[in-house]
Write a protein that binds this ligand. Sequence first.
Ligand SMILES: Nc1nc2c(ncn2[C@@H]2O[C@H](COP(=O)(O)OP(=O)(O)OP(=O)(O)O)[C@@H](O)[C@H]2O)c(=O)[nH]1
Ligand SMILES: [Mg+2]
Length: 362
Amino acid sequence: MDNTRNKKTNNRPEAPGRDDAAGFNGKIINWYPGHMAKAGRTLEENLKLVNVVIELCDARLPFSSRNPKIDRIIGGKPRILVFNKADLADKAVSDYWMSYYASKGYTVVFTDSRSGDGVKKVVKAVRDVMEEKIQRGREKGRIITTIYCMVVGIPNVGKSSFVNRVTGRSAAVTGDRPGVTREKQWLKMDDSVYLLDTPGLLWPRIENQMSAMRLAACGAIKDEVVDTGELAAFLLDYIEERYPGALKARYAIDAAEIEAGDELDYVSGSILGNERLRRGLALLEACGRSRGCLVKGGEVDLTRAAAIVLDEFRGGKIGAISLDHPGVIEENERIMLQNRENDEMKQQKRAARKAQYRRKRK
Ligand SMILES: Nc1nc2c(ncn2[C@@H]2O[C@H](COP(=O)(O)OP(=O)(O)OP(=O)(O)O)[C@@H](O)[C@H]2O)c(=O)[nH]1
Ligand SMILES: [Mg+2]
């Protein structure tokens, strides 16, 4: 992005590369690189070896950090929905999502893999969801003595931290267990519950650009492929709206006194819409000024300011903040409908162009 605001320029950030981009700025491309396809195949193989799936999500994003195709991927296997990084999320919003998913029949646990909070509850939940199956097996004379699980989740939700924490970094267990011959290792969660040492990587909900923004804000999408200025503007506008006072406490800025600029020189076509973008950029400029991110002429270096804000948000320094508020499901439906309509329109236009071309050639 251009470093300063209020300066007319077409010097937009370079368009992200074709197969490794999330974009924003009105353009979304296929984010996931080729290795995701391989990861998907490995995941499928590993899923065959386990009885229970631990779906690890980000507690700040109980909707956006879930894989949209997860049900199809794991099929009918028992699953525990674990929301990690609960220490960084707003407790009241987490409670909402807890009831929401519980009402849909999910077993839900919130964890903090850094302190270990809630982690033991996951082991108990795994036993509980298997109880019925074990009982049914017993009735048929089949004794199930060991439960095998695996963790699946999108990038950066804390899969490795969770695996380490829940197994107490126990030594990998080898022996007569499924997968061992294929060089897979099982870690002990307790005497009869084992966890595959390598978590499965899933892709997040990127078709929805608002979810993609939230994911990027939490670090699940690399900064290199998004516009960090637009991202920080989104985040600050959201925080000011939902957590009034948080920015004042952290950056000593008074949102009421900050005037949004008239000019929007860049990121036109942002999903945020001009009004939110203007407000967010004005807040970003104020945060940058307050932190001394200035360039010659006293203008604020927005790229530096954005890096500070994003880093502090991710580290929980602005407060315990949830980005998926209860309205995101309806918002998602609206966006997906809009996406479908746009796709249809594109197809119609393409078909019309083809027909015209054919007519001309005749
Ligand atoms: N505050 C907080 N930070 C966490 C928690 N769990 C993990 N982290 C941090 O989040 C970052 C990512 O954690 P990882 O365990 O590497 O996540 P991952 O899902 O294995 O990441 P990839 O393998 O890159 O997909 C690290 O900086 C962790 O310290 C948590 O519960 N709370
Ligand atoms: Mg990892």
